[in-house]
Design a protein around this ligand. Structure first.
Ligand SMILES: [Zn+2]
Ligand SMILES: [Zn+2]
Ligand SMILES: [Zn+2]
Length: 338
């Protein structure tokens, strides 16, 4: 179990009550999205909700901050406030790229923001575990303010390196020996092949015909298939929707905690990691599903399928322009013998 989960062992959480009016409105709201929408129109509900979860947040914060990793205590930070998010987009628009909008931040949308892409190339480093921004140090840069540190110190500031395995394969190299070196992500734990783990689903369940719904991984935003022996009835389906909103799903974990009544009923493949493509059963399942890129799960900007490829293979999986630019080809199955 991960350390962060230890902090939540044997803890029950309950929010405080709101005014009767707000409670009545709240009862009629089903999903997190409904709640967000309603509170954006209803100031009282929004304020009362924030107050009602204060104690719960405090409890979670205290418990989390008692955890330690290598003698360092966990820290909780305040989530970004709406004003801060607005402020960030304002600066982005003014200084970097005025085509970036707050409701268009998918990878495919951002790819079309030319100036933003230039900025990311020259000032940022995006890695699996980190996003780093650094002044470029060019005196004619229109975005950065002049460097205030002395040049000797500024020139010694580097991006944080990636973890790299040392000569002993059980250990990583220490930070000091890597700082300032060119490193790659080849050794990060999530890129390593995980040991096969035992599936929770009984055999015969993880097949296209038993796909009943999908869940988004909050880490890689790929859709993963949910399976069950029988079609879910309305109440199970509703409970599943609530569970998916309550428990943030990430690849490789079960869909609900062990004590949930759906634990033995609804399954997700356990042998999944975020760097694995979309499951092939996604494309062949019987429930409604949209065409999404096999590698990243994007729905927009799919590369047009050429007749030439279609005629050579029984199955050709969708590919998006971003993945194609990164060197991926159409993933295919079943070469047709001519
Ligand atoms: Zn700059
Ligand atoms: Zn994932
Ligand atoms: Zn893609």
């Amino acid at each position: 179990m991960s350390i962060i989960n230890l902090g939540l062992q044997n803890v029950a959480l309950k929010r405080s009550d709101m005014s009767l009016d707000s409670e009545i409105i709240f009862k009629s709201l089903g999903t997190i999205e409904d709640i967000r929408n309603a509170s954006s129109f209803n100031q009282t509900l929004s304020e009362e909700l924030k107050m009602a979860i204060k104690n719960t947040q405090k409890t979670l914060e205290t418990r989390t901050e008692r955890l330690k990793l290598k003698n360092q205590k966990f820290k909780c930070i305040e989530p970004a406030a709406l004003e801060e998010i607005n402020g960030l987009f304002e600066i982005l628009g003014e200084k970097i790229d005025n085509t970036v909008t707050q409701n268009g931040t998918s990878q495919n949308k951002l790819r079309t923001c030319v100036d933003l892409q230039k900025f990311i190339k020259s000032h940022c480093l995006i890695q699996e575990y980190s996003f780093q921004i650094k002044k470029c140090g060019e005196s004619d840069c229109l975005i950065c303010d002049p460097v205030r540190l002395t040049h000797e110190i500024f020139n010694q500031l580097h991006y944080i390196p990636d973890p790299q395995i040392s000569s002993n394969p059980d250990h990583y190299q220490d930070f000091d020996s890597l700082y300032g070196q060119n490193t790659t992500e080849k050794d990060i734990p999530s890129k390593k092949n995980h040991h096969e783990c035992k599936e929770l689903a009984p055999s015969g369940i993880l097949v296209a015909a038993r796909v009943r719904d999908f869940v988004f991984c909050i880490s890689c935003s790929k859709l993963r298939c949910l399976f069950s022996q029988y079609v879910l009835d309305d109440s199970d389906y509703e409970a599943l929707q609530t569970a998916m909103e309550t428990f943030a799903y990430t690849c490789g974990s079960p869909i609900v905690p062990e004590n949930h009544f759906l634990y033995d009923k609804v399954f997700v493949r356990m042998n999944l990691t975020c760097n694995l493509p979309i499951e092939q059963v996604y494309y062949s399942c019987k429930i409604e599903h949209s065409q999404i890129c096999y590698y990243c799960g994007e729905e927009d900007n799919l590369v047009e399928l050429l007749q030439e490829i279609l005629s050579q293979f029984q199955t050709v999986y969708p590919l998006c322009e971003v993945c194609q630019e990164r060197g991926k080809n159409f993933f295919t199955k079943g070469k047709i013998q001519m």
